[in-house]
Design a protein around this ligand. Structure first.
Ligand code: OGA
Ligand code: ZN
Length: 367
């Protein structure tokens, strides 16, 4: 990527193409101290109030800087490397971490260990990169007193509070308002598909585990949907087109949201899965369409529940798992209450937390 000049016009040359950069785009990026606040990096002027007739009187390249005199009297010195970072038109930090597809054969994935000064460390950066690669990460040695999970969440970003509270205790309780609060097994599901927006990331922290059952299970929804696309495009298509209603009720609230089980991005790539057969209501469609839909959903469910895709492991006290609720499905095997206590604490955070922290650490360590 190279900046080139020709008759008071500025071009960027990508090697394969050469395009003129709009003078207004450059004028908006003027960053002298009267134009940009040094500390916040926020603009001190409002570009929407500038004339649309901005043009360039003179432009020169002086080593790493592009020096421009604009026709409104403003003189600027723009850092070429900084400008070049914007040419890709997309987030270069999170998107540059490739998702690694995995199934039951996944092994040797690195666990992290909590220690002093953890949250601003290079270890934390590595943890977040691993999280974006695999959709989950396990951290050991997390203190179990005083609902430490909330401190953990708030040290990465901010807890996403819901009607279950800032955090929730997952243990077998009398009169539960969710099957998670029983000792029943939970088949692979995503959490809270009925919320708008769905919480992005779930944290589960093991406080007590005295039972032989209650193993944690994970499935990579990204792998499963990519495989479904290869195996049965018709099923994949209908599951990514039909919106179903997800619903949760208790005595205080009625939550409802509509979504496809496989949600694609604008560019038709994977965005999110929602799956919770206890909570979904398929709309009334033509009988033929529903016929196909039910076959497709059954196939997807069989894949999610198949041993081919599932990893199973036991969380020990002080272990915390952080998982991407848009990508992974999680569940647990059943356990016997009479064997002893099983007690996890859970909470949610959103992507702004992990993305903000990751970009900050990348900046801090010059990575
Ligand atoms: C949940 C859940 C799993 C477990 O609370 O959302 O899925 O291991 N719990 O108890
Ligand atoms: Zn759950």
């Amino acid at each position: 990527m190279k900046i080139e000049l020709n008759e008071n016009k500025v071009y960027f040359n990508s090697g394969s193409s050469k395009k003129e950069i709009h003078p207004f785009w450059l004028r908006e990026r003027v960053d002298g101290e009267e134009f940009l606040d040094k500390g916040t990096q926020q603009r001190l002027f409002d570009p929407t109030t500038l004339s649309n007739e901005i043009s360039i009187n003179t432009a020169i390249i002086n080593e790493k800087f592009l020096e421009i005199d604009f026709n409104d009297g403003v003189k600027s010195k723009l850092d070429i490397d900084k400008l070049a970072l914007e040419f890709s038109n997309e987030d270069t930090v999170i998107k540059s971490i490739p998702k690694i597809k995995w199934n039951s054969t996944l092994e040797n994935i690195k666990n992290f260990k909590y220690q002093d000064d953890f949250f601003d460390s290079k270890e934390m950066y590595d943890l977040l990169v691993s999280f974006y690669k695999y959709g989950f990460v396990i951290i050991k040695n997390i203190p179990t007193d005083n609902n430490f999970i909330v401190k953990f969440a708030n040290s990465i970003g901010s807890v996403r509070r819901t009607n279950f509270g800032e955090f929730f205790d997952v243990k077998s309780k009398p009169d539960p308002n969710d099957l998670a609060y029983t000792s029943l097994g939970l088949s692979p599901h995503t959490d809270n598909p009925y919320r708008n927006p769905v919480p992005c990331i779930q944290l589960l922290h093991c406080i007590e585990s005295e039972v032989t059952g209650g193993l944690s299970t994970l499935v990579d929804g990204f792998t499963v949907t990519e495989d479904l696309k290869k195996e049965n495009l018709e099923f994949y298509k209908i599951l990514s087109e039909v919106k179903v209603r997800f619903k949760f009720i208790d005595k205080d609230v009625v939550l409802e949201d509509w979504s496809e089980l496989i949600k694609l991005d604008d560019d038709k790539t994977f965005k999110q899965v929602r799956f919770s057969p206890r909570l979904d209501y398929v709309p009334m469609l033509d009988k033929e369409k529903l016929d196909l839909y039910y076959k497709a959903r059954k196939k997807l469910s069989e894949m999610y529940n198949s041993a081919k895709y599932r990893i199973e492991f036991k969380l020990s006290p002080k272990d915390l798992i952080m998982m991407d609720n848009y990508r992974l499905l999680h569940g647990r095997t059943s356990y016997e209450v009479k064997e002893g206590n099983r007690f996890l604490q859970g909470c949610y955070i959103d992507y702004d937390s992990t993305e903000g922290k990751l970009r900050h650490l990348k900046r801090k360590f010059n990575l």
